[in-house]
Design a protein around this ligand. Sequence first.
Ligand code: ATP
Ligand code: MG
Length: 366
Amino acid sequence: MLWLAFGPSHAMENQVLVIRIKIPNSGAVDWTVHSGPQLLFRDVLDVIGQVLPEATTTAFEYEDEDGDRITVRSDEEMKAMLSYYYSTVMEQQVNGQLIEPLQIFPRACKPPGERNIHGLKVNTRAGPSQHSSPAVSDSLPSNSLKKSSAELKKILANGQMNEQDIRYRDTLGHGNGGTVYKAYHVPSGKILAVKVIPLDITLELQKQIMSELEILYKCDSSYIIGFYGAFFVENRISICTEFMDGGSLDVYRKIPEHVLGRIAVAVVKGLTYLWSLKILHRDVKPSNMLVNTRGQVKLCDFGVSTQLVNSIAKTYVGTNAYMAPERISGEQYGIHSDVWSLGISFMELALGRFPYPQGCCGDQRL
Ligand code: ATP
Ligand code: MG
């Protein structure tokens, strides 16, 4: 077969390619491609993502003439597969046989490795995420989570949230403002996330912050982290919120596009909800996008209290890498500044790295 040495002939290039995506235990889906030889690996993964929205497919396989499975993980391996397939098509044509579609077998991603340290499965199904079935959970079953927030709201209504009732457990992470702990709330027996921020401010300012935080009780969206209450002890404020057992998106690095698409829907819905309450997030970044093993994605750390933001800003040494230029230069800012940060965040999550080179803006300090 002469053409093999030179790649597919023009006749072959113009031919429609049918890819049969085999679905484990349930038949197959045929996909007709009009530009077969130009097909890229990620195009195939995108289509597999639509066929199998719940699986995170990172590779697929095809069978050679001996029935051995060969894995495809890159454009190079795609070319080799297409080259092999077109050679079988030539043979079938020469022998006057029916042209068989190219059969591929999606491969689910490897067991969670270091990147996906929580075994996260983001709900990639359309529709409300509450209906997703729980994946791995190291803490609470889903209905107990629901019960948890209902009970906590009741406790809050009675003004019972205070330091004595909280037992701090693990440290979930350190930010520039403070430290976040996983904590046990004794009266309800539930797990919370408590952010403790040291603040040397007057009693008057403390009261102002508490009243500014009031609006959080009214926030009721499945795309916004649940708020259970806040209190001052000595020179630090503790902010109690819903615990998200998947942590924040910054630890997941490169997230496949079809998963990121669903995450984007949740994040945009969360932001739209905040904007509808005239709240700007002001700190959109992957570490402020939290996930749980029920497949939910929620926003946290939005700047609802101007006084709290100002008080933290006095000692803040964090990065402004995600900040819109108009914010950095001190001009007026608005919804579009949140949108800027959203864009940078999603580029980072899609690429698996910050989109700009170090030294450009990634390491600027306030
Ligand atoms: P910055 O202080 O610049 O905003 P940050 O967002 O990383 O940075 P924190 O908000 O203090 O800092 O959060 C520290 C870490 O704690 C986060 O990266 C996240 O992994 C974890 N975390 C925060 N809130 C929760 C929560 N509700 N449930 C589970 N983990 C959380
Ligand atoms: Mg944060």
